[in-house]
Design a binder for this molecule. Structure first.
Ligand code: FE2
Length: 205
């Protein structure tokens, strides 16, 4: 069992320079649990939506903790052709995958729906929607690995027949690295952005 910081370091090492085997990485992600206590600093549940907490990002790979309040969901979205995994750490999430048949008019085929509890690894995802259904009855937490990172993605609104491009945002980020002269480093403690950057809550994915 690894702390989230050691887990992130191992994922960075495995993804360095983009030279990794996706099946090997998926096997490792399935087999390597994360110490729940190490996730605690990143847990923040906001009614009606999920929150995104950046753990680590470099040019090869990004790790996030997502906190899903009961009933929170992510609309149908794409992943820019990158490899994206989500592992459930707490609670349950419903993953539904889709395939784009045409964009004009917008048509998606829907694929299987999978409900995953702790340890369930979803991905690599192409187009999907994720929900912590109200009937699941509890908050949920997931860890996401994006190899490589991306800053924008497409959101599919099937009812409106539209695809919207959105910029991804964080609810917290690690503090900038400082030269450490004395012990008492707080590296790993997130910096909340919520009071600094008011914004439209619908634009989080
Ligand atoms: Fe996703």
């Amino acid at each position: 069992m690894l702390s989230i910081q050691d887990f992130a370091a191992e994922v960075r090492a495995r993804c360095a320079d983009g030279a990794f085997d996706a099946q090997d990485l998926a096997r490792w992600l399935r087999a390597t649990p994360i110490e729940p206590a190490s996730l605690e600093p990143f847990l923040r549940f906001v009614p009606g939506r999920y929150t995104r907490h950046l753990i680590s990002k470099n040019r090869d790979v990004e790790l996030l903790v997502l906190c899903w309040a009961r009933g929170a969901s992510a609309p149908i979205h794409g992943h820019e052709g990158e490899l994206c995994w989500a592992r459930v750490e707490r609670g349950r999430l419903r993953f539904r995958s889709y395939r784009e048949v045409s964009r004009t008019p917008l048509r998606l085929d829907s694929g299987p729906t999978i409900d995953g509890g702790p340890g369930h690894l979803d991905g690599p995802a192409d187009i999907h929607a994720v929900a912590n259904l109200p009937e699941f009855g509890e908050d949920a937490v997931s860890v996401h690995v994006y190899a490589r990172p991306y800053d924008e993605c497409d959101i599919y609104d099937v009812d409106a027949g539209t695809v919207q491009r959105v910029r991804l945002q964080y609810d917290s980020e690690p503090p900038p690295a400082k030269p450490s002269l004395r012990g008492r480093s707080r590296s790993g403690s997130p910096t909340s952005l919520s009071s600094e950057r008011p914004r439209d809550d619908s634009r989080f994915f």
